[in-house]
Ligand binder design. Structure first.
Ligand SMILES: O=C(O)CCC(=O)C(=O)O
Ligand SMILES: [Fe+2]
Length: 305
């Protein structure tokens, strides 16, 4: 069934004229346009309101400590049984760089990703089913520069994406905490202009950070407790701060979701001058009746990019 659907989508992508939708076109997320009375009608109104106003919402202690510990133990076991691959990702303190798509291996990760309260909020944010696209398990801070996730998860229309960050231990100061500019999702940056000038990811990220600083937005640090969850808007500028204490871990997992029917593309399409294909083609799996993209097997990748 899925093979047939993908075959048809690929044919249609080939035959149909591609959409010329400029990257700077309007947000497709209803929340970005909704007024207060609309938001008040929703079950998770408080979370949704905070998400709309600040660009993120924190759900304190949502994930049980035991489940966080079990996932960390699963990661250690995964490292043991994949020692050759893991060794190349290990630093001199014994910590590994990011493991991509650990949820494809671990049902504990899926249990967290599809936590009942979490998905009920995500479904309301999208006003449709939230579909899990990918995940990143971090044993230490990412030290990633301030960025928006938009280019990596380019939905059409845009912003039908959220990131969900889960603390898997109490986060210590100096370990490369997650940082973000509250309200930074509201700042317009012309991607079109950057593309016209031949720029890409690096120019876009620089422009975002300097605009936030220029407007005097404060950078906030997420000194989360084990089990805390933070949901960020597709346009929230965020990153990982510098690691001062390399001996201390910063265990966390990030999940990326899209609205069910939204086609999703990558950086190549986001920064390209070419029109966008109508459909994105993926295989899906399900867990407790929730859909997720089949990402194959987990793999280690560099933390910085
Ligand atoms: O956890 C971090 O330090 C940042 C992760 C991040 O930016 C992402 O997953 O999109
Ligand atoms: Fe990110």
């Amino acid at each position: 069934m899925q093979i047939l659907a993908n075959f048809i989508k690929s044919i249609l992508n080939f035959l149909l004229p591609k959409t010329y939708l400029p990257v700077d076109s309007k947000s497709g997320l209803w929340i970005d346009w909704a007024d207060d009375t609309e938001i008040q009608k929703r079950r998770n109104r408080e979370s949704i309101k905070t998400f709309k106003d600040k660009g993120y919402v924190i759900l304190s202690k949502l994930i049980p400590n035991q489940l966080c510990d079990e996932l960390n133990q699963k990661f250690s076991k995964y490292v043991e049984s994949n020692h050759e691959e893991a060794r190349s990702a290990e630093d001199s303190f014994g910590f590994h760089s990011r493991l991509c798509n650990f949820h494809m291996f671990s049902s504990k990760a899926k249990e967290i990703a599809f936590h009942k309260t979490l998905v009920s909020i995500l479904d309301e944010i999208f006003s449709s089913e939230a579909v899990l696209c990918s995940s990143l398990y971090f044993e230490k801070g990412s030290e990633q520069r301030i960025h928006r996730d938009g280019p990596f998860f380019y939905t059409v229309p845009k912003n039908l994406f959220v990131g969900v960050w889960v603390a898997l231990e109490d986060i210590q100061e100096g370990t490369g905490e997650l940082v973000y500019f509250p309200k930074g999702h509201l700042i317009p940056i012309s991607v079109e202009k950057i593309i016209q000038e031949g720029g890409g990811w690096s120019e876009y990220s620089k422009a975002i950070e300097s605009k936030c600083r220029q407007l005097g937005l404060g950078l906030e640090k997420n000194l989360a407790k084990k089990g805390d969850v933070l949901i960020w808007h597709a346009e929230l500028p965020h990153g990982g701060s510098k690691i001062d204490n390399s001996k201390q871990s910063r265990k966390s997992i990030v999940f990326h979701y899209k609205a069910k029917l939204a086609p999703i593309h990558g950086e190549d399409v986001f920064f390209s001058k070419a029109p966008v294909p109508k459909f994105s083609v993926f295989s899906y799996k399900s867990y407790n009746k929730r859909k997720y993209i089949d990402q194959g097997i987990p793999f280690f990748a560099k933390n910085e990019y």
